[in-house]
Design a protein around this ligand. Structure first.
Ligand SMILES: Nc1ncnc2c1ncn2[C@@H]1O[C@H](COP(=O)(O)OP(=O)(O)O)[C@@H](O)[C@H]1O
Ligand SMILES: [Mg+2]
Length: 247
């Protein structure tokens, strides 16, 4: 379980998070929605220690990691959490296999042969078996996204955080990624936190949905109940009445 309590984060005069709170339960798929620039990426990056919050707490599997040193965080927490970046972010200068190997090398304890097996398994799990010797630029957008998911699952994380995994993909490719997220949750039991703009994808694969607005999570509900909420901001958002720009 990951608990985010009363999180605050400002950049200079810009208050981004002003008391955000959220709990991610083991085994679920939870999607955080919210308009562009509201702080969704800041929230998710705070969990994995890429952004240091000004105040509040982040508790992962009972450990209050808020004040963990970088080395303690990397040793005790990092192995259980993976992150799929918004852009995919594989290194262009290395093959897909080498990219995944990089993630595996950070985790101690696997020899070269074991890492090779992991790379093959991870690519197979995202239906990309056999592409380990190909360079990222040779892959299509959808394949690239799946390759970055393969890298994220190679370390066998308990938690997987996805930052806008379907943004920029056409509806068919978005569907493929949604199905993949669902399958990884089912087959590998990966607890998933997703950031998304995509209401129909969210409804299809998430157990719960949460809205980030004005620095706070203003509503969390079961996805099956999302059309019956008594919250104007949430209702406007899921009905597409909010204007936002891409990002
Ligand atoms: N490292 C940073 N330095 C300064 N400002 C930042 C940084 N990261 C994010 N911000 C600002 O925080 C706000 C929220 O950004 P972000 O979390 O990326 O929004 P989104 O909900 O679109 O993911 C934006 O105003 C953004 O400019
Ligand atoms: Mg973002």
């Amino acid at each position: 379980m990951i608990e985010i309590q009363n999180l605050h984060k400002s950049f200079g005069p810009t208050k981004v998070l002003t008391g955000a709170a959220l709990t991610l339960e083991d085994g679920e798929i939870l999607t955080v929605i919210g308009k562009s620039g509201v702080g969704k990426s800041v929230l998710i990056k705070s969990i994995i220690g890429l952004i240091e919050p000004d105040s509040g707490r982040i508790i992962i599997d009972g450990f209050d990691v808020t004040n963990f040193s970088e080395s303690r965080f990397n040793e005790d927490i990092r192995p259980s959490i993976s992150f799929v970046f918004q852009g995919g972010a594989l290194w262009d200068s290395m093959t897909v296999g080498a990219n995944i190997d990089l993630a595996l090398k950070i985790q101690k304890g696997l020899d070269e042969r074991e890492r090779k097996v992991r790379i093959e398994e991870s690519l197979r799990l995202v239906d990309l078996g056999g592409v380990e010797n190909i360079y990222p630029e040779e892959l299509s957008g959808g394949m690239l996204k799946r390759a970055s998911i393969a890298r994220a699952i190679a370390t066998r994380p308990k938690y997987l955080l996805y930052d806008e995994p379907t943004t920029g993909l056409d509806p068919i490719l978005s569907n493929v990624i949604d199905e993949l997220i669902l399958r990884l949750n089912g087959e590998l039991g990966i607890t998933s936190l997703i950031i998304s703009h995509d209401i129909s994808g969210t409804e299809k694969i998430s157990n719960r949905v949460a809205l980030l607005h004005d620095g706070k999570i203003v509503l969390t509900c079961d996805t099956k109940d999302m059309w019956y909420q008594d919250n104007d901001i949430f209702n406007e958002f899921i009905n597409g009445k909010v204007v936002y720009s891409e990002g």
